[in-house]
Design a protein around this ligand. Structure first.
Ligand SMILES: Cc1cc2nc3c(=O)[nH]c(=O)nc-3n(C[C@H](O)[C@H](O)[C@H](O)COP(=O)(O)OP(=O)(O)OC[C@H]3O[C@@H](n4cnc5c(N)ncnc54)[C@H](O)[C@@H]3O)c2cc1C
Length: 432
């Protein structure tokens, strides 16, 4: 029997180090540098590389990976506790080598890549010498991959890719894209597509424009791409032919829970700022913190964050225990569906309690609220995850053919009377 809510003291020391390091060394970069993923920016590299080296020395680099890939094999619970710290800073995930989408792309390269693919694409990705992008969503639909039309045709020894993809985040900074394309149009709907590794410099990979999210993003980083006869050698298929759905699921299971872990960090930041503000600002002769409607916002936010955090940690624990994402599908769907709501509600309250200042670009709340919508869309919209959750939950139940529910009280009373008839009858006789 073990239900333990304590972090082991040795690892807590690492977390304390990470907290201080992120606050003092990494967070300042958020305010002075451009894109964290821009490995071609010499100033970024000058500042980020030494910090990455420190993290490696401390053995906290790429903690989402097993030791065979240069990670620590810490498992998801330890990762969750670390990611909570990293989530509050734009640069922290890259400094600790666990940024999305590279983390998920590395997972599928490790899982499905041939030795040549791993050598050429995985190793430099793990070392953050390069970054990658995931190119799945198309303008006509993202939530339902069955509507994708981008196709790859085998011509001689090459695959030729044609079609449009969009929201391929960071494609303009990437060295390669992982592209999902139709290879077998007449096959079963879930076996029509395959995954490809496409070097971004391939002729025919045309970035039409980079979309920006919300009002805050300095410049757009979500690429709208036209694959126009983009040709890659035959051996650039990743995983089996027709296996794109399975490959995508491998990356998404981990990706979703990792987003949730980092989101806890972001939400906590908003909450901390909210608490500081209400203890600092006076209106009508008293602190905001003294007003009951403000107290309600603090209480609601605290409860929502703690509930969410416990669900994330328990899901992480289940992943460690079962080592099988399919067994935790329900939990991951719940985490994914809850994440945008908690993030949105807490960030919106923090914005509101900061008054007009909260609505400006001088505080992070507007960006956080927009990001909460991002969390509700990327890796599948909330509705889809709620459907998954409900279906999984309902598998654990069965209906009744009786006219009345199995818990109908008259029925239960009748059964109970039957079960204890002897004793009850004896007692009734004794009392009469
Ligand atoms: C900031 C950001 C970064 C992203 N990065 C990437 C990336 O790197 N690579 C990539 O490939 N994609 C990326 N995406 C795209 C993302 O995965 C898609 O936006 C998402 O899958 C939804 O697809 P869609 O936008 O086409 O919406 P649609 O599929 O058109 O869905 C629109 C809305 O319809 C509703 N809906 C959809 N399905 C259902 C359903 N079954 N039941 C009820 N309602 C439903 C939901 O409200 C949904 O939001 C990113 C998106 C954002 C916002």
């Amino acid at each position: 029997m073990s239900w333990d809510f304590e972090t082991d003291p040795e690892y807590q020391k690492e977390l304390d180090w990470a907290e201080k390091f992120v606050r003092e060394e990494v967070e300042p970069l958020d305010y002075v540098l451009g894109h964290p993923y821009d490995v071609r920016d010499p100033v970024r590299n000058k500042l980020v590389r030494p910090l990455q080296a420190e993290v490696k020395k401390r053995k906290l680099w790429a903690c989402h990976l097993g030791p065979e890939l240069g990670g620590q094999g810490y498992g998801q619970v330890k990762l969750a506790l670390l990611n909570e710290i990293l989530g509050g800073s734009r640069f922290a995930p890259i400094v600790f080598g666990c940024q999305a989408p590279d983390s998920g792309n590395a997972e599928i390269l490790a899982h499905y890549g041939t030795p040549e693919q791993r050598k050429r694409f995985l190793q430099p990705l793990l070392d953050n010498e390069i970054v990658s992008a995931f190119s799945m969503t198309e303008p006509q639909g993202g939530a339902d991959p069955k509507v994708f039309t981008t196709k790859a045709e085998l011509k001689g020894d090459n695959w030729v890719i044609n079609g449009h993809k969009w929201f391929s985040s960071n494609a303009h900074l990437s060295s390669f894209l992982i592209v999902m394309a139709v290879t077998d149009p007449d096959a079963d709907p879930y076996k029509r597509m395959s995954m490809f590794i496409v070097p971004t410099e391939t002729p025919g990979v045309n970035i039409l424009r980079n979309l920006g999210v919300g009002t805050h993003e300095r410049e757009g980083s979500h690429a709208y791409i036209h694959y126009d006869n983009a040709m890659v050698p035959k051996d650039h298929m990743l995983g089996p032919r027709g296996g794109a759905f399975v490959v995508a699921q491998t990356r998404l299971g981990g990706g979703r829970i990792h987003h949730a872990m980092r989101t806890i960090g972001q939400v906590r930041r908003a909450f901390d700022m909210m608490c500081e503000r209400v203890l600092s600002r006076t209106t009508q002769g008293e602190l905001l913190a003294k007003k009951q409607m403000v107290q309600e916002k603090i209480a609601d936010s605290w409860m929502e964050i703690e509930q969410f955090r416990l669900l994330v940690l328990r899901t992480a624990w289940k992943i460690d225990r079962y080592k099988d994402y399919l067994k935790v599908r329900k939990d991951i769907a719940a985490v994914k569906a809850l994440m945008p709501k908690v993030f949105h509600d807490v960030a919106a309250r923090a914005l509101h309690l900061h008054g007009s200042l909260g609505a400006t670009g001088e505080m992070p709340f507007v960006e956080q609220v927009i990001q909460s919508f991002h969390m509700g869309l990327a890796d599948g919209p909330t509705e889809v995850h709620k459907v998954t959750l409900a279906r999984q939950v309902l598998r654990e139940y069965k209906g009744t053919t009786d006219l009345f529910p199995s818990q109908h009280i008259p029925k239960l009373r009748e059964a109970a009377l039957k079960k204890y008839a002897d004793v009850i009858e004896r007692e009734v006789h004794a009392q009469s």
